[in-house]
Design a protein around this ligand. Structure first.
Ligand code: UTP
Length: 476
């Protein structure tokens, strides 16, 4: 077998034929694997991609027409912006009853900060039960289907690196009680990594490009190219509830959010988001802003610090709305993003240490300093393509307890504390006494499974103790 001549010529034209330097050492099977990877690349666009993102970094310039994004407050009776929550909850419930909503988990990340050996969704996250993240979502999806009388389809995006392990995990656990026909898996795409100085593609061995998943923004393309969107349309699904694999507290299909997304007068029903109030000005979260009339997310590193520190007359932060990565989008919007050339998502570059081979000598190189660029797309960059996008406020304790790090902020421990705190608040609202310490922190470990309650109101139907004991571990 030889490298097909048109491919060789395209590589030469793109200045990337270094990836062929070791082909004489490869057997047919390995060469064919290399050719397969190379044929998937858009080599004609590579030069401009490298010029824009690799050998230089795109400069971000903030439009002078940048305002804080407006949002629906969590408290619908707030004088800032009141709205008829019951009406929108009913609208969201109607969508769920009619089978018009699918859940979507992006689980293709590498989870390098957590350092867990396996897909992150398999990580034991339940505060008391240690149930894996995938099981917690599966139970939320099952409970939602039961509550509204229609099963909710679930899409799980994997990456080529964890696809098999993820699908295997679901099979091993009989899809956690869900009908396997309602759980769809598809891998996202990958992007090659590039040498920071030369812009050449890096190789991890003589026949493998050093590549990584193309970011959670790759989900919009993968939804389409995998055929998932076509399947959803056949099933009559109109809206997708999007969340990340690392947040065990997420409300998998929130009727209020879906109702606002699909029917609020200021929503085009294309793409909506939840927001978390920033705890302090310097907090490192992306911020919702309205730029030139379009709602979008600005990365904290791009937003000037003086703007992030600006306050309103009452002392609150002017740019308050942080991004917890909870979205809803319509099936139609995903199609638009994939078919309208004006809707191309930009890349974001990350400069990293990337192990590779010297393509001339074949020797392995383990860099001591960052040497390469990884390119990713981010899902929130699709927001400006929506005509009108709404945002609903949520809170950490009710809905955001991500497990990103092995310890400290956003770790399993902080997640356990937030899971306990939410359960404590729900139980107290139902009349159960919860022990608290001198800092008003719940002095116990609690977990309320989605099959018991999807929200505080559902607890009214549950069999509850009168009081929780100090130090007790209780899963309901
Ligand atoms: P993170 O930004 O936390 O990245 O992903 P990560 O890869 O999981 O973790 P680190 O940064 O290596 O520690 C946020 C969400 O987006 C998904 C992740 O699985 C997670 O649900 N994601 C991220 C993808 O699905 N694909 C990607 O290429 C990147």
């Amino acid at each position: 077998m030889a490298v097909p001549e048109p491919l060789r010529q395209s590589l030469v034209a793109a200045g990337q034929d270094n990836v062929l330097s070791q082909v004489n050492t490869l057997n047919d099977a390995k060469l064919s694997l290399l050719v397969e990877q190379l044929e998937k690349l858009d080599l004609s666009a590579m030069k401009s991609l490298i010029d824009t993102y690799v050998t230089s970094a795109p400069a971000f310039s903030m439009s002078s027409d940048t305002k804080p994004a407006i949002y629906y407050p969590a408290d619908a009776t707030s004088t800032v912006r009141s709205y008829d929550a019951a009406k929108y909850i009913a609208a969201g419930e109607d969508l769920l009853r009619a089978g018009k909503v699918a859940c979507f988990t992006v689980a293709g990340g590498q989870g390098s900060r957590l350092g867990y050996d396996g897909p992150k969704g398999c990580y034991p996250a339940g505060a008391v039960t240690g149930k894996p993240l995938f099981q917690l979502f599966a139970e939320g999806i099952k409970a939602t289907g039961n509550k509204y009388g229609t099963p909710v389809p679930w899409l799980v995006m994997t990456s080529p690196l964890n696809h098999e392990a993820t699908v295997g995990f679901f099979k091993e656990h009989s899809h956690f009680g869900l009908d396997a026909n309602n759980v769809m898996f598809f891998p996202q795409g990958t992007m090659p990594s590039f040498d920071l100085a030369t812009g050449k593609m890096l190789m991890s061995d003589a026949y493998t490009l050093a590549a990584s998943p193309d970011g959670h923004g790759g989900s919009l393309k993968a939804l389409y190219t995998s055929g998932a969107i076509a399947t959803l349309k056949e099933r009559g699904v109109e809206h997708i509830s999007y969340f990340q694999v690392d947040n065990p507290l997420v409300r998998v299909a929130d009727p209020l959010f879906l109702g606002l997304h699909a029917s609020a007068p200021d929503s085009s029903g294309q793409m909506s988001s939840k927001m978390l109030p920033k705890a302090y000005a310097e907090e490192k979260v992306g911020l919702f802003a309205e730029i030139d009339g379009r709602t979008q997310v600005v990365e904290y590193s791009d937003m000037p610090m003086e703007l992030q520190r600006e306050t309103n007359a009452d002392g609150s932060l002017r740019f308050l709305a942080g991004n917890p990565a909870i979205h809803a989008f319509s099936v139609e919007f995903v199609e638009k993003v994939n078919t309208d050339p004006a809707c191309t998502l930009p890349y974001h570059r990350a400069v990293k240490k990337i192990a590779h081979i010297n393509t001339e000598t074949g020797e392995a190189v383990t860099p001591a300093e960052p040497n390469g660029v990884k390119l990713e797309r981010f899902v929130f960059d699709a927001m400006p393509f929506a005509e009108r996008s709404i945002i609903l406020e949520t809170s950490r304790v009710q809905e955001f307890a991500p497990i990103k790090n092995a310890s400290g902020i956003d770790s399993a421990e902080s997640s356990r504390e937030l899971q306990t705190e939410r359960a404590a608040i729900w139980l107290e609202a139902a009349g159960v006494a919860v022990p608290r310490d001198g800092h008003a922190k719940a002095d116990c470990v609690l977990e309320i499974g989605a099959m018991t309650a999807l929200d505080a109101g559902d607890l009214a139907k549950a069999d509850l103790p009168k009081a929780i004991e100090r130090g007790q571990k209780l899963s309901l």
